[in-house]
Ligand binder design. Structure first.
Ligand code: NAD
Ligand code: IPM
Ligand code: MN
Length: 355
């Protein structure tokens, strides 16, 4: 697509989100210039800082304000001073739900030039995608506390697994596997210990799998699955998982692929009835925030996923290739990759590698 303008809502959010989002915007602008399209960015200052001032993560606004945009580009939400459940349920999780972004897509690849902590593993061994259910499951507001502050205090948290919710994310995983050479789907379960929801998940996995006879399947309980990911990452292609299991696997994956600072993600509304939201897997990293040393590559690759969704497929591929060139050359490394480059150094290197 060329000669077009993409209208993007930008939420840098908290911590390093405020550093890596502008960096990635520069890289996106540069690739847009090359391919003849523009971005019309609308910035939202929704953050813990805004919460501290107004008592609301969105101030006078509301997540519905994002509904007219082509996509949402988000950094990270959450910062010490505001309880995480307040900030995340005040912004990130409502966006995922309001816009029915039921797939959280988190590709994991070991890129040439990046060191994996696993011995004797090459890029061809680590190339999988976590397809995480993003609207229900273990993340639910149903529950509560009784007898707070007394010895009888109790907390109940209700998990929700609907047939519609489970089927659509499983189906997305199978469709995705059909586009990949390995054509393989692994289901993350825990039906030995979780007696209702996980046997239901397994049952639906069997039903949906029957529609895709040419796709190989496996299923593992989440405990041994984490071990297999470390010992046999080459066994995995597409991993479908519930909200919580997918969350855990999508931090483990980038750890074996070298750094969470490289890991992109997309919250997809596959039927495109609402905008999708693009945010890296990592959070606001308060331990390094404000120093200009965060790795911007996760946010830049997240931008490439956004370009794909905007049908700028060639531009997306060019941006990914630029990142790969910089990593393979090895001259520019941020702290998480064992170097001393700054966020700006890394961004400049990627932009220079575009041509
Ligand atoms: P985190 O991902 O922010 O940080 C974990 C570790 O990874 C830290 O040591 C951090 O310095 C490092 N790291 C992360 N991104 C990096 C990058 N781009 N470059 C270099 N190093 C990087 O996870 P956390 O510490 O568990 O969470 C911090 C806050 O972020 C919490 O408030 C949490 O709730 C929130 N969070 C938000 C999101 C989101 O908005 N999508 C995701 C995860 C965590
Ligand atoms: C992620 C994050 C969020 C999640 C938190 C911050 C609520 O860990 O996007 O992976 O669990 O979905
Ligand atoms: Mn997470």
């Amino acid at each position: 697509m060329t000669d077009s303008t993409h209208r993007i809502a930008v939420i840098p959010g908290d911590g390093i989100g405020q550093e890596v989002v502008p960096a990635a915007q520069r890289a996106l602008e540069a690739v847009g210039e090359r391919f003849g399209f523009r971005f019309d960015w609308t910035a939202f200052d929704w953050s813990c800082e805004l919460y501290a001032r107004t008592g609301s993560m969105t101030g006078d606004g509301d997540v519905s304000d994002l509904s007219g945009f082509d996509a949402i580009f988000l950094g990270a939400i959450g910062y010490p001073g505001v309880p995480d459940h307040v900030s995340l349920w005040g912004l990130l999780i409502p966006i995922r739900r309001r816009f029915i972004q039921y797939v959280n897509l988190r590709p994991v690849r070991l890129l040439p030039g990046v060191r994996t902590p696993l011995a004797d593993r090459a890029p061809s061994d680590i190339d999988f995608v976590v397809v995480r259910e993003n609207n229900e499951g273990e993340y639910s507001e149903i529950g509560g506390r009784l007898y707070a502050g007394t010895p009888d205090e109790m907390a109940v948290q209700q998990a929700i697994f609907t047939r519609k919710g489970v089927d659509r994310v499983l189906r997305y995983g199978f469709e995705l596997a059909g586009t990949r050479p390995a054509r393989h789907v692994t289901s993350a379960t825990k039906s030995n210990g979780i007696i209702h929801t996980m046997p239901f998940w397994d049952e639906r996995f069997q039903v949906i799998a029957a529609d895709y006879p040419d796709i190989r399947t496996d299923q593992y309980h989440i405990d041994i699955l984490t071990a297999h990911l470390v010992q046999h990452p080459d066994w995995f292609d597409v991993i479908v998982a519930s909200n919580l299991f997918g969350d855990i696997l999508s931090d483990l994956g980038p750890a074996i692929a070298g750094s969470i600072g490289l890991a992109p993600g997309a919250n997809l509304n596959p039927d495109r009835s609402h905008p999708s939201m693009f945010e890296p897997v990592h959070g606001s990293a308060p331990d390094i925030a404000g120093r200009g040393v965060a790795n911007p590559i996760a946010q830049i690759l997240t931008g490439a996923m956004m370009l794909e969704q905007l049908s700028e497929v060639d531009a997306a591929a060019t941006l990914v290739a630029a990142v790969e060139r910089v990593l393979a050359a090895g001259a520019t490394k941020t702290g998480d990759l064992g170097g001393a480059a700054t966020t700006d150094d890394m961004t400049a290197a990627v932009i220079a590698a575009l041509s």
